[in-house]
Design a protein around this ligand. Structure first.
Ligand SMILES: NC(=O)C1=CN([C@@H]2O[C@H](COP(=O)(O)OP(=O)(O)OC[C@H]3O[C@@H](n4cnc5c(N)ncnc54)[C@H](OP(=O)(O)O)[C@@H]3O)[C@@H](O)[C@H]2O)C=CC1
Ligand SMILES: CC(=O)N[C@@H](CCC(=O)OP(=O)(O)O)C(=O)O
Length: 321
């Protein structure tokens, strides 16, 4: 028996990449909507209710509409949008978050896929809160450097059209300090205050790194950089997609520059601790279309179905778009 899987938003950036992952799977039958009916509510409702798993790769409002169309109790929804990431009744699709998260994803028929910046921030900060090194009252800042595919089809078209000199330089944005990922960053780290968060989009397709600068005095008294690194390593022990690098990673320091794109075409997250004995940078790197979006969605599906969590996500056949 094959699982029936429908991707609502199959022509979008996230949907296309999910379909690439699914194309490698013998255990999955993809239900495709006819091109001329992609936005036909009746046809979408039919396919949503025929699916064992349906991915919502849509703007937030369309995701909410799609969720309301599902009446079949067997359909598991995995929503890539921001619509349900802190909503009651939805499991957060980050299996590595904490003990018990896999069970939540396994049991829930409603799974909210994390945002790309939020995934990196949460994976860097949650272990420090859980280990008692960082107080939930901490006042943090974070920056994120991201490729332009994070902005979906419209931003990709803008960058790839060429001819706009302003797009050749990095562009800070969300300067109103109300980025849409802040609620999930707080909800899933336990921080009581939102970080001051500035993302920067730049002239490369994909790849993302979030940096959280910390004075050691912001951490539990006496905490060393090595203890911060070790708390991350302990939290993610045995996790195949999360790689905690050695303190002041010699490979990165030898190169002199941080490579934001080094996790591209993988579902991996690399975590780093750089700095001196007084100040550190905790950094998390991922592919915004991999663990930051489509890879994470497929991983959550695998957890939900109880199949090997890395099925379709590793190996030489992993394509990129
Ligand atoms: N790109 C990324 O890195 C990430 C994106 N996300 C989230 O995933 C979701 C999808 O993003 P992304 O793939 O980038 O966006 P895109 O703009 O690339 O794709 C969205 C797709 O949804 C389609 N669509 C819009 N409205 C409807 C509707 N009412 N019914 C059916 N289809 C509809 C669009 O159609 P049309 O082709 O006609 O425009 C388009 O193909 C968003 O919520 C986004 O925030 C999450 C994490 C990362
Ligand atoms: C470059 C760019 O614009 N990136 C998007 C985030 C991409 C992402 O994670 O999207 P969702 O939260 O929509 O799922 C942004 O910062 O709004």
């Amino acid at each position: 028996m094959k699982y029936a899987v429908y991707v609502d938003g199959q022509e979008g950036t996230t949907g296309l990449r999910i379909n690439e992952y699914l194309a490698q799977r013998a255990d999955i039958e993809v239900l495709r909507i006819d091109a001329d009916k992609r936005k036909d509510p009746a046809e979408r409702a039919r396919l949503l209710n025929a699916a064992d798993v349906a991915f919502l790769c849509l703007p937030d409002a369309a995701s909410r509409e799609a969720a309301a169309m599902v009446t079949n109790p067997k359909t598991c929804l995995i929503d890539a949008s921001t619509a349900h990431r802190t909503a009651p009744g939805w499991a957060f699709g980050l299996p590595e978050l904490a003990k018990g998260q896999r069970a939540a994803i396994r049991e829930s028929k409603r799974i909210a896929n994390p945002g790309c910046h939020a995934s990196a921030f949460i994976l860097a900060v949650r272990p420090l809160v859980d280990a008692g090194l960082l107080s939930p009252d901490a006042l943090l800042t974070a920056t994120s450097i991201t490729g332009y595919s994070g902005g979906g089809k419209s931003m990709i078209a803008e960058y790839e059209a060429g001819g706009q000199p302003k797009l050749t330089a990095p562009r800070p944005y969300a300067l109103g300090l109300t980025h849409k990922h802040l609620p999930e960053m707080m909800a899933h780290t336990g921080l009581k205050q939102a970080p001051v968060f500035m993302p920067i989009v730049s002239n490369f397709y994909k790849g993302l790194a979030v940096t959280v600068p910390l004075h050691l005095s912001q951490l539990r008294a006496g905490t060393t950089p090595q203890q911060v690194r070790d708390a991350l390593a302990a939290h993610y022990e045995g996790e195949r997609f999360i790689h905690v690098k050695p303190l002041r990673d010699p490979d990165t320091l030898a190169g002199g520059f941080f490579d934001v794109q080094a996790c591209n075409d993988t579902n991996n997250v690399d975590l780093f601790v750089f700095g001196s004995e007084q100040q550190i940078l905790v950094m998390a790197r991922l592919d915004n279309l991999g663990k930051g979006a489509s890879g994470a969605a497929v991983q959550s599906m695998n957890v939900h179905l109880g199949v090997d969590e890395s099925l379709g996500l590793t190996g030489p056949d992993l394509n990129s778009i």
